[in-house]
Ligand binder design. Structure first.
Ligand code: T46
Length: 136
């Protein structure tokens, strides 16, 4: 499985750092939604689902966390610990977010508005869909 991690360009000067993200330049899709999670409790695993068509970029803009990606055949754990790193999460990819530091803020840029119908929450159903995806 190929993990796509973007290294965004930080703009630094004596005042500090700034990262700017533009759709189609830094982000490979039109950004239709931004959300973020913070104050995640110790030991919590978030996610546990895939999406039928949603694409996302995850940026841990403060603190750190880990992301487990699972394409139905292979699993990989990715550390997110720099505010200039962005993990691309494609559709048909099971994701779990865990090991959040107490100060972690995980920002997500999403290609579509929120739609509960796009979620695949059943792992067996995900495996079937991912299997068909790999045949094509
Ligand atoms: C994903 C991972 C990385 C909304 O009302 N609007 C939204 O845009 C989102 C994302 C969530 N919500 C509501 C729905 C739930 O009542 O916020 C609550 C928590 O959402 P959820 O349990 O889906 O959160 P996570 O952290 O398990 O998953 C989220 C995204 O839902 C998901 O698309 O890929 O982050």
């Amino acid at each position: 499985m190929q993990v796509v991690k973007y290294m965004f360009q930080p703009h630094g000067d004596e005042r500090g750092m700034l990262v700017a993200l533009e759709e189609f330049n830094d982000i490979p899709f039109r950004v239709k939604r931004v959300y973020y999670m913070y104050d995640t409790k110790a030991g919590v695993v978030r996610g546990n689902h895939a999406h039928k068509s949603l694409e996302q970029i995850l940026v841990c803009i403060h603190g750190k966390c880990k992301i487990r990606l699972d394409n139905g055949r292979e699993k990989k754990v990715v550390n997110l610990e720099k505010p200039y790193e962005g993990l691309y999460v494609a559709n048909n990819m099971w994701r779990e977010m865990f090991d959040f530091s107490p100060d972690a803020v995980l920002l997500v840029l999403a290609s579509e508005p929120y739609d509960e119908k796009d979620y695949i929450r059943d792992y067996d159903e995900f495996l079937k869909i991912a299997g068909q995806d790999h045949e094509n």
